[in-house]
Design a protein around this ligand. Structure first.
Ligand SMILES: Cc1cc2nc3c(=O)[nH]c(=O)nc-3n(C[C@H](O)[C@H](O)[C@H](O)COP(=O)(O)OP(=O)(O)OC[C@H]3O[C@@H](n4cnc5c(N)ncnc54)[C@H](O)[C@@H]3O)c2cc1C
Length: 383
């Protein structure tokens, strides 16, 4: 039996940043992952780090701290962090009003942004459709990462520089408290022990603690995503969020005009039905990632989310994307689905005897906020 100070189950962004902050405290950490490298939500997303869109009570602050953490790590190793800003595009005067109101709120919190005219949006994003865009809001300090690279490089860096013990292809089937310590067992029968364990198992509700998840109030979301073939000739820096995102991102709920916008019908109600709002991000190879949709089921019904991709949803996404951007072509090289667990209280935390800390359900904001959240959570766990 191997002994550690902390065992972390699940090497997505949440588990890996918990490991990082425990390592920074000088602790001996084991990070276990059922796949060779994490292959779930953490690698299937846009890689948009957008504190400007987060709930203003606490999660915006976690996002700001996360940006500093990503930037500091980028000084240590090439983990794909780029400081290329986030642009929100308004498609109506009311959406533009919301952008102005969000700017005022963030300015008061010392978080700067620039309001953009339609011409300035087109200068920054030459492919934006003139008849879509009324104006925009730019957060120049915000960053992006390459989701298919960042977590893999970070794990490698933590292994080489911080002596992380990373165990791939290791599925944990039991985690219990024995002799006042956490005992964790994998499917090969190997056992590991530590005074504390953190469980960041993402959307896997059936292997560990199924009854806890069943009663958690969490829901599972399936998202449709796609990427074009590379278009290096297109200039599309940073994260791009568009009109319907203004109804989706939580920071806008603090804006005085939000209720008015929320109650307006969609120009196509099918977009509301499938939870579609359009985001763009150009990857470093020049391809453009486009998404997404949101379909929800209870955690006990995860298998009812069809395993296939619904081409009707993909077409709705593409039609809306074409209303916003005028790209040289729309050749799609990949379609995929991503899944995440989401809890109404922003995250699901369930602690067993102050030893096992189950933490998942961070929803659609995990790339933005996990680093900041994990820093505080590790402080609480080891207080
Ligand atoms: C399509 C899509 C787009 C998104 N875009 C963004 C974005 O641009 N910006 C943003 O901030 N957020 C975004 N998100 C959200 C973000 O990706 C998630 O919040 C985040 O990745 C969740 O991380 P996690 O570590 O909780 O879960 P996961 O990434 O699901 O990681 C959990 C890990 O635990 C492992 N595991 C589970 N059970 C076991 C076990 N028993 N033993 C061993 N290992 C186990 C799994 O294999 C997995 O690797 C997006 C999500 C999706 C799906």
């Amino acid at each position: 039996m191997k002994n550690y100070d902390l065992i972390v189950v699940g090497a997505g962004v949440l588990g890996t940043f918990h490991s990082y902050f425990a390592l920074k405290k000088g602790l001996k950490v084991l990070l276990v992952e059922k796949d060779t490298l994490p292959n779930e939500a953490t690698v299937r997303n846009f890689g948009q780090i957008i504190p400007s869109g987060m709930d203003l009570n606490q999660w915006h602050q976690y996002g700001r701290e996360a940006m500093d953490i990503y930037k500091a790590l980028q000084q240590e190793a090439e983990i794909s962090v780029r400081n290329n800003g986030s642009t929100y595009l308004a498609s109506s005067e009311l959406e533009y009003q919301l952008l102005k109101e969000l700017q005022a709120i963030h300015t008061q919190n010392g978080y700067s942004s620039q309001l953009l005219t339609q011409a300035e949006c087109q200068e920054r994003l030459p492919n934006v459709q003139a008849d879509y865009c009324v104006g925009g809001l730019l957060f120049p300090q915000e960053i992006t990462v390459e989701p298919r690279q960042m977590i893999h490089r970070l794990i490698e860096h933590l292994t080489q520089t911080y002596a992380l013990d990373y165990r791939p292809l290791t599925t944990i089937k039991d985690c219990e408290i024995r002799n006042n310590a956490c005992e964790v067992t994998d499917t090969r029968g190997e056992r590991y022990t530590a005074p504390k364990a953190v469980i960041c198992s993402g959307r896997d509700f059936k292997i560990l603690f199924p009854e806890v998840f069943s009663n958690s109030g969490m829901r599972l979301s399936k998202l449709h995503m796609m990427a074009t073939t590379p278009m290096p000739e297109v200039q599309m820096p940073g994260s791009i969020l568009t009109g319907l995102s203004i109804r989706h991102y939580e920071s806008f709920q603090s804006c005085p005009s939000f209720e008015q916008l929320k109650n307006l019908p969609y120009h196509n109600e099918e977009l509301r039905k499938y939870g579609i709002h359009i985001l763009f991000k150009q990857a470093t190879d020049g391809s453009i990632i486009i998404g997404d949709s949101h379909e929800y089921v209870d955690v006990d019904q995860s298998e009812t989310l069809d395993f296939g991709l619904d081409m009707y949803i993909n077409e709705l996404i593409l039609d809306e994307a074409k209303r916003i951007m005028n790209l040289p072509h729309w050749k799609i090289q990949n379609y995929w689905a991503g899944f995440y667990a989401k809890h109404p209280d922003q995250i699901f935390e369930h602690n067993i005897e102050d030893k096992i800390f189950i933490t998942t359900g961070i929803g659609g904001k995990g790339m933005t906020t996990s680093a900041g959240y994990a820093k505080h959570h590790i402080e609480t766990i080891f207080a």
